[in-house]
Design a binder for this molecule. Structure first.
Ligand code: SF4
Length: 642
């Protein structure tokens, strides 16, 4: 029996970007393990993907192109699928121009080839484009405004960290390899409106009301000023704007902070004292925090604490949102574009599809917007428009695939090569193709190339090999593809400490402190709904994996005992969440993990999920999503428990 072990990379939208070893026997993947030689992975994959082979050979994999008919989806050949797409795209381009075609994608697969090679086609066709607003842009843009880069301390310096603050982050479930580096750091403080698994493991859990974290940061800042735990020398040399910051801190009393946040003043003082006493101290920010109407405001206010105590630039200390400043060569061939692009906000997909009749085609890849985008009903209504041609490229009949006019079978990581980087650690990795595509699955690379061929495009860039595309991406970086084939390579100086030189890529060259504000959310609906991640799912991925589905089959919504008593709700009751966007039926679970006034339902189930009621309004910075600023009513369904 032929058996070999292939070097692979987990392509999921996850900071850990694990190196993997894929065992192939007689052309079939039999086992996928964490790479023990990978400095971050250390031989361990998260529970979602310890049995990747089950996803590769899942009985529900889409194995052929499918076209929608009045009787459901029917198999067609790739030739016919390509002809259909090329005919549609050609006529749309001729009649309406490229703005009428919208490629819609995110990071369901994070490979550079899989995410960026299609950009060549979109540039050639002058299509509309989406930004990355669905997830992390408010935090990214705010960190750039404050320190000039999206960087913080390196994972390799976590052994120096004396105090770890997980703020709006749940690493035990969403950054498991980070958790392995930080779980033994004490004191550990978690600041989260919800009692996550990480919060349960912490020395201190601070539980502010959702969206009040900037007020909490102001209270902590005030305590630090009053205790003279401020690094005045650092502020004078390396920051701008601290006078206005201090004025804002002192303008809000601790009692007012407590009133707003619900956090006792004593706990705020205790935290400030711990923070003043421990150095280096790391504030690790989560993306969930910035998915609020005031997400940018909160990220900016929290980062003040690391700056005013002189922690930024210390190994293992400071504030870390992401390490996402790497620059690959642009492989999109922007010179192919002669017009546009018209930009669409990802969060507004439902609005765009239902209000903008000029959009005639939607091409979805690396995404499942019918499940993952807020205001789900509007998205679904848009996807079934008669005059909209929807193509979706995925491994399974996801919510989006079910609504698409044309479904294309996608490759798993094992079936296509790619190049991977992380937005947390600095290791670069190559994923080798381990097996031939299952059924007639094809990669984003292949489909892009074949559409280009069908459209009659002759530019050589469409016909480069995947290896050439990777080489193009690495051009000028100093990284060697041959070396990357054999091992993960740390990009950059292994001994570096971010900002140790105290040089910041801001207009002033200093940390540009933003005077903190607190923007109360004054809407009147009764319950705030937050939709955090769970370790059982990777966004909407693996929902169809039986061993995972068992854990998430009940669509729980967590409700505090106080609210449950008020609403007459018991654990196990069917309940309906509703607002003007729609309604969704879930099952109540009474829990002290949440707080009065706050409902919690994990993201993202297939089918109807909490996104039926999440808001598609935008955060204060970068047009980011504001999932966690959603408000709902809850009612116990009449026939429950009878
Ligand atoms: S989802 Fe993240 S932690 Fe899990 S295997 Fe993939 S990269 Fe590793």
């Amino acid at each position: 029996m032929a058996k070999e072990v292939i070097r692979s990379v987990c392509p999921r939208d996850c900071p850990d970007v694990c190196g993997m070893l894929t065992t192939v026997e007689d052309g079939r993947v039999t086992r996928v393990q964490g790479d023990p030689q990978h400095p971050i992975t250390q031989g361990y994959l998260c529970g979602r993907f310890q049995h990747y082979e089950e996803l590769i050979y899942h009985p529900d994999r889409v194995l052929h192109p499918l076209v929608k008919t009045p009787n459901g989806h029917t198999r067609i050949s790739w030739d016919n699928a390509l002809n259909l797409m090329c005919d549609k795209f050609s006529s749309i381009l001729a009649e309406h121009g490229g703005d009428a075609i919208l490629p819609y994608h995110y990071l369901g697969h994070m490979g550079i080839v899989s995410t960026r090679f299609p950009d060549r086609l979109w540039n050639k066709m002058n299509t509309a484009r989406v930004g990355g607003e669905i997830c992390a842009m408010a935090g990214i843009e705010t960190m750039i405004r404050v320190v000039g880069q999206v960087r913080g301390t390196e994972p390799g310096h976590l052994d120096k960290t004396q105090m770890y603050i997980s703020w709006g982050k749940n690493p035990k479930e969403t950054n498991m390899h980070g958790w392995r580096f930080t779980k033994d750091i004490h004191p550990m403080v978690v600041i989260d409106p919800y009692t996550s698994d990480t919060a349960q493991a912490a020395d201190m859990h601070i539980q502010p009301r959702p969206g009040t974290d900037s007020a909490l940061a102001m209270g902590i800042g005030r305590c630090l000023v009053e205790a003279d735990a401020v690094d005045w020398d650092f502020i004078a040399k390396f920051t701008t704007g601290f006078d206005a910051v201090r004025d804002a801190f002192m303008a809000m009393s601790l009692d007012e902070v407590t009133e707003v946040t619900g956090v006792p003043a004593e706990q705020i003082r205790a935290f400030a004292q711990l923070y003043a006493e421990h150095r280096p101290s790391l504030i690790h920010l989560g993306v969930g925090l910035q998915r609020n109407f005031n997400g940018g405001e909160m990220i900016a206010a929290i980062s003040l604490l690391a700056a005013m105590t002189g922690q930024i630039g210390t190994a293992g200390g400071g504030v870390l949102y992401a390490n996402y400043d790497w620059q690959l060569n642009d492989i999109s061939h922007p010179e192919l574009r002669t017009d546009g692009p018209v930009m669409h906000n990802m969060v507004h997909l439902g609005r765009d599809l239902t209000e903008n009749a000029d959009l005639k085609a939607l091409y979805v890849y690396n995404q499942n917007p019918a499940a993952t985008v807020p205001n789900q009903n509007l998205v679904r209504k848009g996807l079934v428009r008669d005059d909209l041609f929807v193509v979706a490229h995925d491994l399974y009949m996801t919510d989006t695939m079910q609504l698409a006019d044309l479904c294309l079978p996608a490759c798993s990581f094992a079936e296509t090569p790619d190049l991977h980087l992380s937005y947390w650690h600095d290791y670069v990795n190559v994923n080798h193709q381990a097996i031939e595509p299952v059924g007639e699955a094809r990669s984003n690379y292949w489909v892009t190339r074949e559409i280009a061929r069908g459209m009659g495009y002759t530019e050589p860039c469409f016909y480069e090999s995947e290896e050439d595309v990777m080489l193009d991406a690495l051009r000028g970086t100093g990284l060697d593809l041959e070396e990357l084939r054999h091992r993960p390579v740390l990009w950059g100086d292994p001994d570096r400490t971010t900002f140790q030189d105290h040089v910041f890529s801001t207009p002033s060259g200093k940390i540009e402190l933003i005077a903190p504000t607190f923007s109360p959310d004054v809407r009147s609906a009764r319950y705030r709904l937050i939709t955090p991640k769970t370790h059982h799912l990777q966004a909407s991925q693996v929902f169809n994996l039986p061993r995972k589905f068992r854990a998430v089959k009940d669509p729980w919504v967590f409700i505090h005992p106080h609210d449950a008593a008020k609403e007459g709700i018991s654990t196990g009751d069917p309940v309906r969440l509703s607002n003007r966007r729609g309604e969704v039926d879930l099952i109540a679970h009474i829990s002290n993990r949440t707080q009065p006034g706050v409902l919690v339902s994990y993201m993202v189930r297939w089918g109807a999920n909490a996104n039926a009621v999440t808001t598609d309004e935008l955060a204060d910075v970068a047009g980011n999503s504001a999932f966690h600023s959603s408000y709902v009513d809850i009612e116990r369904l009449a026939d429950s428990a009878e």
